[in-house]
Design a protein around this ligand. Structure first.
Ligand code: NAD
Ligand code: PRE
Length: 301
């Protein structure tokens, strides 16, 4: 389905992954499994435990906690740390980026990432922001999967004027990892992802908190009687707090806009329940079932 013309030479000679968690380690695992992405992979992480574990797992060829040292001589750099770290990381690596290097990221917000990184990008370096729409609730170097991105999307938001060859390198990398790519405007990305990813996480964190706030004996019952409905929310709510804190704070406007729309619709549903408006309730649930069915159909296509 995702045919990629394999290049004789890998895309990058020296590829640096900064942040070797779920996403960073999935890229390195995929790069190893499928080939054609990098001759040498350099792993950089500020957590000594993550770095040591990455080395134990053999996820790269070189390991360092110093981002400036990591990027020296690299022709590809991908930021895979939480988005709240990107401004400081960009500032730290900028003077050490080699001419012709392609700088990318995997951050879940795109306007903030571009605002944070662009001012530091040297004129002879191309910046190609990307966001793979794939993940799990797990974090860290052990959580990565070579096929995490297979059959998923990676959304690219290159600033106007970005060299086409640099964009194609990042697109080719994602295609080798099994993803489909699309280019879009960062503001559009942030609104779309706010409704399909950020708001669902906000709701999941909130519903778990609300259930947990319930008094003593009920609290026990919540856990005792939690079947798949509540459990589905807890899977999402088990995601990394630092990553999600940064996402919420860095996609504030779009998230609050989607939350306001959601609140209106939730109020309308609550009013229908109060008034006994059976048709309204049934109609909304039917619409939701159709959405679920269309997602399953897309996955199976
Ligand atoms: N988890 C997902 O479902 C998912 C999906 C798509 C994109 N993303 C994005 O990918 C990025 C990473 O997410 P993840 O799930 O892999 O997180 P993770 O928590 O699994 O890994 C993040 C890693 O970054 C390291 N790190 C933190 N600050 C650093 C710094 N200043 N310099 C170097 N390393 C640093 C941490 O030690 C950790 O090893 C985030 O920006 C997130 O928004 C996540
Ligand atoms: O599958 C999950 O557990 C995820 O939360 C993955 C998910 C999503 O919401 O779909 C989370 C954040 C990302 O930026 C992209 C994907």
């Amino acid at each position: 389905m995702f045919m990629v013309e394999r290049m004789v030479e890998p895309i990058f000679k020296r590829l640096v992954i900064i942040g070797i968690g779920l996403i960073g380690s999935s890229i390195t695992r995929g790069a190893r499994a499928y080939g054609g992405i990098a001759d040498k992979i350099v792993i950089c992480d500020t957590s000594p435990a993550a770095l040591a574990r990455a080395e134990e797992l053999g996820l790269g060829d070189e390991y360092t906690s110093d981002p400036a040292k990591a990027v020296a001589g690299a022709d590809g750099v991908i930021l895979c740390a939480p988005v709240g770290t990107y401004a400081a990381l960009a500032q730290a690596i900028a003077p050490h980026l080699a001419p012709g290097c392609v700088l990318s990221d995997v951050g879940s917000t795109k306007q903030s990432v571009m605002q944070d990184i662009t001012p530091f990008v040297p004129a002879n370096v191309a910046f190609v922001p990307a966001h793979p729409i794939a993940g799990t609730e797990f974090s860290g170097p052990d959580a990565g999967l070579a096929d995490l991105f297979r059959g998923r999307w990676s959304l690219l938001t290159p600033p106007a004027g970005t060299a086409e060859a640099a964009i194609v390198k990042i697109e080719t990398m994602w295609k080798i990892l099994g993803a489909q790519t699309a280019r879009m405007d960062a503001a559009h990305h942030d609104r779309v992802i706010a409704i399909v990813s950020h708001l669902p996480h906000l709701i999941a964190f909130t519903i778990c908190g609300t259930a947990d706030d319930l008094a003593g004996e009920t609290r026990g019952e919540v856990l005792q009687f939690a079947a798949s409905g509540f459990r589905d929310f807890t899977r999402i709510a088990a995601s990394d707090p630092v990553m999600w804190r940064d996402i919420f704070l860095n996609n504030k406007d779009a998230l609050l806009e989607m939350f306001a729309r959601f609140s209106e619709d939730a109020q309308a549903m609550a009013r229908a329940v109060r008034k006994g408006d059976a048709d309204y309730i049934e109609d909304k649930i039917n619409r939701s079932r159709k959405i679920r069915k269309s997602l399953i159909d897309i996955k199976q296509a």
